[in-house]
Design a protein around this ligand. Structure first.
Ligand code: ATP
Ligand code: MG
Length: 323
């Protein structure tokens, strides 16, 4: 059984302008000790999926489908059970979370918060010991526990957020854009850290990023989202080098490969903007921007089809082969 299994997830926000279908029938799964990357442009629904994993969507959201955490349906859990599961079974490092550290409190106190929250009667000494262990685990000197957030670099703050998320030994970690605000070298260090946590702790990890190249180099599998749907999913190398959906192809071509001089890898942009989820094009939502669109794409809303071992894409040009 997969550690996280998302089945036919749909999330629609109620707004004054009408319903906004942010996630439209997404299925994904993550095994223990593996890393799933979720890529896609701004507004494609990535953070909304992250929020549903621990039922953290706002009251204005209607959620249907299934989110199974180790076989248990998160959407049907009682609030008591949900409280117990958050932090200790699954934890989320939210997008932009490194900016949400409280500037008035020392880092150690903030990392200790979930330890106290979930371990009633934990002594101060035991909590301090756990904080030192956690900081060490994310590659920070334990003496930084007494630092204030403004004394840390962006990369160090992101490590602190990851340490906090690990405080109650979750089996699943969701990291939403963990490297976005960081420079390239620090980005690589944070990704190395996440990879080592998967390897050493056997964590199941979901990493969200708009940067497919970042995900491709670290994740086992990658899902590419467009307008609330997964349009391609498969082993990272396959999706990066042999993307079948024109949007996934454009996304992988948008990043230059260092050292590759061939024109095939010249970075290319994609014309147009992603659609507003409240007013989606007919047929395939990508067709107005698609270089390969044919008449059928205006009317046919193709779902994911197998296009190789463990690899699927949602495009009329994918004939579909046995998985
Ligand atoms: N609370 C909300 N109320 C209404 N609409 C929302 C709400 N949260 C998100 N949305 C809309 O849902 C869609 C998906 O948003 P989401 O934040 O999941 O995208 P994302 O892929 O994480 O984008 P980004 O890369 O910018 O973080 C967007 O169109 C967004 O405007
Ligand atoms: Mg987001």
């Amino acid at each position: 059984m997969a550690l996280l299994e998302i089945e036919d997830l749909c999330v629609t926000y109620r707004t004054d302008e009408g319903p906004v279908p942010a996630v439209r029938g997404v299925s994904l799964s993550v095994d223990e000790g593996t890393m799933l990357g979720v890529a896609g442009e701004s507004g494609s629904g990535k953070s909304t999926i992250a929020a549903t994993v621990l039922r953290l969507t706002p009251a204005s959201a209607t959620v249907t489908g299934r989110v199974l955490l180790d076989g248990e349906d998160v959407l049907g859990m009682s609030f008591g059970r949900l409280r117990a599961v958050r932090w200790s079974e699954a934890a989320i490092v939210f997008q932009g979370a490194l900016h949400s550290l409280n500037p008035l409190h020392r880092v150690g106190r903030q990392v200790a918060e979930p330890v106290h929250l979930h371990g009633s009667g934990v002594t101060r000494r035991a909590a301090d010991g756990r904080v030192a262990e956690l900081l060490d685990q994310v590659g920070l000197a334990p003496r930084l526990a007494s630092a204030y957030p403004h004394q840390l670099s962006g990369g160090q703050k992101q490590r602190v957020m990851i340490a906090m998320a690990l405080a109650c030994r979750p089996r699943l970690l969701v990291a939403d854009e963990p490297t976005t605000a960081l420079d390239v070298m620090v980005q690589a260090q944070v990704l190395d850290l996440l990879t080592s946590l998967v390897r050493d702790l056997g964590l199941g990890l979901v990493v969200i990023s708009h940067d497919l190249a970042v995900l491709g180099s670290t994740c086992d599998r990658v899902a590419v989202m467009y307008a609330g749907r997964v349009v391609e999913e498969g082993p990272s190398a396959e999706v990066l080098d042999r993307a079948r959906h024109p949007y996934a192809r454009a996304l992988s071509a948008a990043f230059p490969t260092i050292g590759d001089q061939s024109a095939r890898f010249a970075p290319r942009g994609l014309p147009g903007d992603p659609p507003w989820p409240g007013d989606l094009p007919t047929g395939c939502s990508f067709h107005p921007r698609c270089p390969d669109a044919v008449e059928m794409c205006r009317t046919e809303d193709v779902r994911l089809r197998p296009c190789g071992p463990g690899h699927s894409a949602a495009c009329v040009h994918v004939p579909g082969v046995p998985a």
